[in-house]
Design a protein around this ligand. Structure first.
Ligand code: TYD
Length: 212
């Protein structure tokens, strides 16, 4: 495929959405190609409907495997409708979360096994992986405190999980990061936002010079 694919990952409260917005503001003028952004779970009509089912705090009885399959289903639809056509058209795709989130949250957090969750996701993605993944590194305790401070009454079902869950997610990310040192670059997200953004842009420039 002609396009390029970058994903952003991190524990809840890493500041991913804010950082991503600022990165885009700064790199857009320099990009030599068209780009699209997608968010996971979601990014298409069907995927957003699945997102609402997954994140609804009322759905507390959801089975862990159902959760993993719904994330993979949402992702499959996003691939078919949005990501694959964009890559084929030579565009840059920037994704807020991707398969690594499932490996960390469902594989490690829900204890379904990283390998097992990878298998269902290979089916969903048709084996397509990002060219570059930026992991915003924040300790789970710090991330959760940020969220509670920012929006105390508006946590989704995953964010409401106990600290122990988020610690397992973090451990899962560390395993995934270690297994994919070429693709995944780790940025210290406890720094001030300006530094986090400039570190990310540097990593993108170094690893994907083709897009500029
Ligand atoms: P989102 O609302 O995008 O929150 P954030 O701004 O922190 O990215 O993410 C929704 C939640 O879904 C988040 O807690 C992580 C979780 N998640 C999974 O558990 N598995 C997945 O495959 C994905 C994509 C997200």
């Amino acid at each position: 495929m002609k396009g390029f694919f970058i994903s952003f990952e991190g524990p809840d409260g890493a500041g991913k959405s804010t950082v991503l917005k600022q990165i885009l503001e700064q790199i857009t003028p320099k990009l030599q190609m068209q780009y699209i952004t997608v968010r996971e779970p979601g990014g298409s009509k069907i995927s957003e409907s699945i997102r609402n089912i997954i994140l609804d705090p009322e759905n507390f009885e959801m089975d862990d495997r159902t959760e993993a399959l719904l994330y993979a289903a949402s992702r499959s639809q996003l691939m078919a409708e949005v990501v694959i056509p964009a890559l084929k058209a030579g565009k840059l795709v920037i994704s807020d979360r991707f398969v690594d989130s499932s490996l960390a949250y469902q594989g490690a957090g829900r204890n379904l096994g990283i390998k097992e969750v990878k298998q269902i996701n290979d089916f969903a993605t048709r084996g397509i992986e990002p060219d570059l993944t930026i992991f915003l590194d924040i300790q789970p305790e710090v991330g959760l405190k940020r969220i509670q401070k920012l929006r105390p009454d508006d946590e989704d079902r995953l964010e409401q999980e106990k600290l122990a869950f988020h610690k397992d997610v973090y451990k899962g990310y560390q395993i995934v990061n270690k297994d994919n040192p070429k693709r995944i670059k780790v940025i210290d997200a406890s720094q001030n936002i300006g530094k986090v953004v400039s570190d990310c842009i540097k990593v993108i420039e170094e690893n994907l010079p083709e897009i500029f």
